[in-house]
Design a protein around this ligand. Structure first.
Ligand code: HEM
Length: 380
């Protein structure tokens, strides 16, 4: 489908029927997607950065949460957030990721059969985000339940109202924890957010809690879905699994190919600020424009044979983490999580075969599986 869009209608106007929402532009070529990502002056995220919010006309965290803020405040908040992703903060978090992933994969191999999504992948990114934010051990179970309710995209019939309540509970939780950290700062991201100042002024309470929320949204599902899609791709391509196991390809290169292949965040979007031409089409001020990573990462102009999963590719320039001013600040951590998973598989697993149907999630934003039953045989 995307190949057809890229060649026949690369900058495509999609009319929405049956709902009182505007139509939107669909960009499928790598070069057009990059052009919009790199320009946060003519294309803003302040009215939302995914279809769900863009079509509703806005995002309640606009101007406060990094992903939906632009201009000077975005640069200022991003500088604070980048402190939170500095190697000093990430090092102990990544050490725990490796340890945790290794233990989970080893346990799954010992059991023989597992649901890789539920038994392994589900336990890594949320725990990592909780480590990063400094969430106390006793609160983690509750946090997991709330994030699942707030963000879960996997059930077609999930209740929108319950999700809103859970989202508010999460914000309330972080407001309380932020108040504690302000009095008694530690070496975690929440303490960095509560004690940092911009031009001598502390961040507002809303900025602190929305950005904690942003780390949860950004850090959980995308990493989890990448791991699950990565394992699935390796199972479906035994030759690539062999190359990884015998060291013919590097883990770093394999991580990039997994990210390109999985493209867990299928799209992001922007609102056009002023009339602008892209790929020969006139996009008008206030139009909604969507950037399809899941197409751009398979663009024939970007790489040869995009439809083949090849761990030995020269690390490409995929847009799985976006590009430009909003480029994912969690990219280093996301890559470390996928690398830890590939290393653990290579160490403990000889072979993995499907043991039931994979269950795809239901979303126009994220792509991947919520269930991946496998039988694993141990490496000697
Ligand atoms: C932004 C993807 C992991 C936090 C983004 C964007 C993409 C992305 C495509 C750009 C959004 C835009 O342009 O509107 C991914 C993928 C990940 C991942 C594929 C894992 C494989 C993480 C992690 C964290 C994180 C682990 C935090 C712990 C964020 C934040 C932003 C962001 C806060 C907003 C940045 C800004 O607007 O300046 N991510 N992400 N992400 N991501 Fe990630």
């Amino acid at each position: 489908m995307w190949r057809r869009f890229r060649s026949a209608s690369p900058v495509h106007w999609h009319e929405v029927t049956g709902r009182a929402v505007p139509g939107f532009w669909v960009l499928s070529r790598y070069r057009d997607v990059m052009e919009v990502y790199r320009d946060n002056k003519r294309f803003t995220s302040e009215y939302g950065n995914v279809l769900a919010t863009l079509l509703e006309g806005g995002d309640s965290a606009a101007g406060k949460m990094l992903a939906v803020t632009d201009g000077r405040r975005h640069r200022e908040l991003r500088n604070v957030m980048l402190k939170a992703f500095a190697p000093r903060v990430l090092q102990p978090v990544i050490a725990k990721v490796r340890e945790r992933t290794d233990e989970l994969v080893r346990a799954a191999v010992e059991a023989g059969d597992c649901d890789f999504a539920r038994d392994v992948a589900e336990h890594i990114p949320m725990a990592t985000v909780a480590d990063l934010l400094g969430v106390p051990a006793g609160d983690r179970e509750e946090l997991l339940v709330l994030t699942k309710e707030a963000l879960s995209t996997e059930d077609e019939g999930s209740c929108a109202q319950e999700a809103v309540v859970a989202r508010n509970e999460l914000l309330f939780y972080f407001a309380q924890l932020a108040a504690e950290r302000r009095k008694d700062p530690r070496d975690d991201v929440l303490s960095i957010l509560t004690t940092s100042t911009i031009n001598g002024e502390p961040l507002t309470e809303q900025e602190i809690i929305f950005n904690c929320y942003s780390i949860i949204i950004g850090g959980d599902e995308t990493s989890r879905l990448s791991m699950i899609s990565g394992v699935r791709a390796l199972m479906e391509h035994p030759e690539q699994w062999r190359r990884l196991r015998c060291g013919e390809v590097t883990v770093e290169g394999a991580v990039e190919e997994v990210l390109r292949w999985a493209s867990p965040a299928m799209h992001f979007g922007r609102r056009v600020r002023e009339d602008v031409e892209i790929g020969g089409q006139l996009l008008r001020a206030d139009d909604v424009v969507t950037l399809w990573n899941s197409s751009a990462n398979y663009d024939e102009d970007l790489l040869a044979e995009p439809a083949s999963f090849d761990l030995g590719r020269k690390p490409g320039k995929h847009v799985a983490f976006g590009y430009g001013p909003h480029f994912c600040p969690g990219a280093y951590l996301g890559r470390a999580e996928i690398a830890a998973m590939l290393c653990a598989l290579r160490t403990h697993v000889a072979n993995a075969v499907p043991n039931g149907p994979a269950r795809p999630i239901h979303s126009n934003f994220l792509h991947g599986y919520s269930s991946l039953p496998l039988s694993l045989s141990p490496a000697r």
